[in-house]
Ligand binder design. Structure first.
Ligand SMILES: [Zn+2]
Length: 158
């Protein structure tokens, strides 16, 4: 019994045919061109992965909804997201219903990425650190002010 391996045959690739799919059994990978080799040997040849296409299927409680949308934007989104179009929009709608969402547009997201922030979780961590640092900063400023007052008194009295 053979299963799809989700990798292309590296032997075929080396012979100029990069799109020959491998199958697998418990011991070997093999292709329709007659190549056969143990798993470790094939994997050591850095074979190219086949991205498994995710085909969207609506869930049992899903319903089709109508949304008004700019036709150009819609066409671009369909092209860019492909099979992820429906799940992406569905998760955005779900996101809108979970508390009060914060919407971040492409430019802001780009700035965040440049700062090394890639998720909402990381944004929360950075914001919390900022609050902590601001508090520490304020307490340091207060200490400096107190020392300045003491110093002034000391110089005036002296
Ligand atoms: Zn092959």
């Amino acid at each position: 019994m053979a299963d799809r391996a989700f990798i292309f045959c590296p032997f075929c690739r080396n012979m100029g045919n990069p799109r020959s799919e491998l199958q697998r059994d418990n011991v070997d990978f093999f292709c329709l061109m007659g190549h056969r080799a143990p798993h470790a040997q094939v994997l050591s040849m850095a074979p190219e992965m086949i991205k498994s296409e995710v085909i969207f299927k609506p869930g049992p409680h899903d319903m089709k909804v109508e949304v008004w949308c700019n036709s150009e934007v819609y066409a671009r989104a369909k092209a860019a997201l492909g099979e992820r179009f429906h799940p992406t929009l569905a998760s955005l709608i779900r996101c809108c219903m979970a508390g009060e969402p914060i919407v971040i547009d492409g430019q802001q997201a780009e700035k965040l990425r440049k700062l090394g922030i890639r998720s909402g979780q990381e944004m929360v961590v950075v914001a919390e650190q900022n609050v902590t640092l601001a508090g520490e900063n304020e307490s340091l400023v207060q200490q400096v002010n107190q020392w300045e007052k003491r110093f002034e008194r000391a110089t005036v009295d002296g």
